[in-house]
Design a protein around this ligand. Structure first.
Ligand code: HEM
Length: 429
């Protein structure tokens, strides 16, 4: 950071274009993040007009001020591009369908994209549905799903890890928790892809059409499921959402309820898939690490926490300033886009010693920001941790070795927000 004549620090301007990041940088953006972090707690990306918050303490500070730093556009510039492209494609739809699609694509304006006081109301109504005890109550089912999935994988053959395990297990667990028949698991996957399709990447017209149709189908399905639970609640998460109430809040509207489901499917399944993928890659690449985990299952939780810290499935979230703001010495005008770079905070030397290394003994291992922080902190973190733990535990318990097959490119999705392996081929013995 450069000191100015008045003693304050000047804003560092960087020329990096996010959409131009190549595969190598997307696979491992951490060196670039380190360079930004070294230049200051906030750097400015001139091309996209984005203020990037790079340091752990500064990101937590921003997350404590959700009114000044609004979540109206948490997915950043790509969603603005997607919104334009979607609006154009919607002109091809009949009027009524286009109007409905607008509601659907806004995900009921709940949680993720809401600010206080609405966001506070949403969390008060929905927190209980995913609290630790709710997840504990389906722990044995999660374990069974993971056990059966690992048992069903062919041994001594090249397997597509995402297809065999990392994609179906989180979806199946989420469907179980929601109380939806597992026959819909394939639909869930398609819907989750449709909900996430626009994040941090560009889309072709045909693809947009498909995602609009998939999302509308998702919406109709969940609307019917919620309405049936409103009439006759059962013991499942959908019923908890359908009947959520508090002493002080107005009940959720139908579109808020379905919007929340859309966020659970969009934010829940795919992110856990990515975590399991990176954890398995790390084990398959390092035999001694794998043996250590095999011999000490109690290290699996700290290991998964370190993978979360080092390879966050969500690299960062965006905020928009609702008034002129200041971060340290840096002035940020009203209406600016601010990128909270969780993937950078997780390797901040001031918080984590030897931040690039896996360390099972790290005392502050859970201080990473891969689940965010403050009022928008991930509502599904308990579930994600439990599912990842079950999958890794079963994978190690039921095999002698998880081996990475040779000659695969290990490339990641083309997105600077969502971080995950496109594919992973392994052999189980
Ligand atoms: C490894 C898995 C996961 C990761 C890395 C992850 C990451 C995140 C992050 C970073 C946020 C904060 C967003 C912000 O700062 O604006 C968030 C919020 C959220 N997550 Fe997760 N998540 C995961 C799993 C899940 C699961 C399993 C669910 C649901 C079943 C879920 C549902 C949500 C929802 C609904 C929000 C919005 C909360 C709010 O705005 O109040 N996530 N997640």
């Amino acid at each position: 950071m450069t000191q100015q004549n008045d003693g304050t620090m000047a804003l560092e301007v960087c020329q990096q274009r996010l959409f131009a990041l190549d595969q190598h940088q997307l696979r491992s953006p951490y060196d670039l993040y380190r360079q930004w972090r070294e230049r200051g707690p906030v750097v400015y990306l001139e091309d996209q007009d984005i203020y990037v918050v790079t340091r752990h303490d500064m990101i937590k500070l921003v997350n404590r001020r959700p009114v000044l730093f609004s979540s109206q556009n948490p997915l950043g510039p790509s969603s603005a591009l997607a919104a334009e492209a979607i609006a154009e494609v919607l002109q091809d739809f009949p009027e009524e369908a286009a109007a409905r699609a607008h509601v659907v694509l806004n995900r009921g304006s709940v949680l993720f994209t809401a600010d206080p006081p609405e966001h506070t109301r949403h969390r008060r109504l929905l927190n209980a549905a995913l609290r630790r005890s709710a997840i504990d109550s389906i722990k044995s089912e999660i374990n069974l799903i993971a056990r059966n999935a690992v048992a069903g994988i062919k041994r001594n053959a090249d397997i597509d890890f995402n297809e065999a395990l990392a994609v179906p297990v989180p979806i199946h667990c989420l469907a179980t928790l929601l109380g939806v028949s597992r026959d819909h698991a394939a639909d869930f996957h398609r819907w989750a892809e449709a909900i996430n399709a626009s994040i941090g990447s560009k889309m072709a017209r045909e693809k947009i059409k498909r995602i609009i149709q998939d999302q509308m189908e998702f919406w109709s399905f969940f609307e019917a499921e919620i309405m049936s639970r409103e009439q006759s609640p059962r013991q499942d998460l959908l019923s908890a959402i359908a009947t959520a109430e508090s002493d002080v809040d107005a009940p959720l509207t139908l579109s808020e309820k379905v919007g929340f489901c859309s966020q659970l499917i969009g934010a829940g399944a795919d992110t856990t898939t990515k975590l399991i993928g990176f954890a398995t890659l790390a084990m398959a690449q390092d035999e001694s690490l794998q043996n250590k985990l095999r011999n000490s299952p109690e290290a699996i939780r700290p290991f998964a926490e370190e993978i979360l810290r080092l390879e966050p499935p969500v690299q960062g979230m965006f905020r928009v300033t609702t008034a002129d703001a200041e971060l340290g010495d840096i002035k940020i005008p009203q209406g600016s886009m601010v990128w909270l770079l969780y993937g950078s905070a997780n390797r901040d030397h001031d918080v984590f010693s030897y931040p690039d290394e896996v360390n099972f003994e790290r005392v502050n291992a859970r201080d990473h920001l891969s689940f965010g922080s403050g009022p928008h902190v991930c509502i599904g973190a308990n579930l994600a941790r439990e599912v990842a733990h079950s999958v890794l535990t079963q994978l190690l318990a039921q095999t002698q070795q998880v081996v990475l097959t040779e000659s695969q490119d290990l490339s990641v999705l083309h997105s600077y927000v969502m971080h995950g392996l496109k594919s992973l081929t392994v052999k189980l013995t």
